[in-house]
Design a binder for this molecule. Structure first.
Ligand SMILES: C[S@@+](CC[C@H](N)C(=O)[O-])C[C@H]1O[C@@H](n2cnc3c(N)ncnc32)[C@H](O)[C@@H]1O
Length: 214
């Protein structure tokens, strides 16, 4: 069996042995595939969305920060775990996604609990007047090291950081592109810093979970 075939067989097995995607997320998933065939791989999708939802539900955060909204799929998954008074702040630089994000959040019944900030996360994160129990970094890869530095003093003690695409298709093993180098730098930092307790989970394109202990 070819390596690629083995990987896709494992991915199929993983989906088959995880709870099914609910109808709201499935509709958003299918619509995104239709509307953005070339950008569709950016969507967390199933079962990674379920994984995000479970981490959030276990953590019951008061404040969540998401960097990189796209159509709001992961936003919905994360918002489902908020505590009763909790709020999620999500940052997206593409203003053209505004109506679609709002429509999707409304469909999932989480629109009242989510604040969408449109603009560059590099400029917006330092201005945020909150401490976060849960942060999901999933925007432009070259700024990953900056994002981690910027959120470090906005984490609550014991707060959880999730970073997506930390395997970058395996390129982190021999990083040559600016994106692979930036992700590798982030991985090295989170694994070696005594401020973070970190595990890189080889789900999909790699998702790192780091707990702020510093
Ligand atoms: C991988 S997608 C997010 C996917 C989404 N988190 C999910 O899992 O469904 C990355 C998003 O980050 C946005 N983005 C890229 N650079 C950004 C920046 N500097 N500030 C804010 N958003 C940015 C892109 O426009 C894109 O919509």
């Amino acid at each position: 069996m070819l390596w690629e075939e083995a990987i896709s067989s494992v991915a199929e097995y993983v989906i088959k042995h995880s709870s099914t995607e609910d109808s709201v997320l499935r509709e958003i998933n299918e619509e995104t595939a239709r509307l953005f065939p070339e950008a569709y791989s950016m969507l967390s999708g199933h079962p990674q969305g379920l994984f995000l939802e479970m981490i959030s539900t276990i953590k019951k955060p008061k404040y969540i920060l998401e960097v990189g909204t796209f159509v709001g799929y992961s936003t919905i998954c994360l918002a489902r775990g908020l505590n009763d008074k909790g709020r999620l702040i999500t940052i997206e630089k593409n203003k053209e996604l505004h109506d679609l994000i709002r429509k999707n959040l409304k469909k999932a019944g989480v629109e009242e609990r989510v604040l969408i900030l449109f603009g560059d996360a590099m400029e917006l994160i330092p201005e945020l007047p909150y401490s976060f129990d849960l942060v999901f970094i999933d925007a432009d890869k070259i700024h990953y090291p900056d994002y981690v530095q910027m959120i470090e003093n906005k984490m609550t003690k014991g707060g959880v950081l999730l970073v997506d695409n930390t395997l970058w298709g395996g390129e982190v093993l021999n990083p040559e592109t600016p994106e692979a180098k930036a992700i590798h730098k982030t991985n090295e930092y989170l694994a070696s810093s005594d401020k973070w307790k970190t595990v890189l989970v080889p789900m999909r394109d790699g998702i790192t979970i780091a707990q702020f202990v510093g």
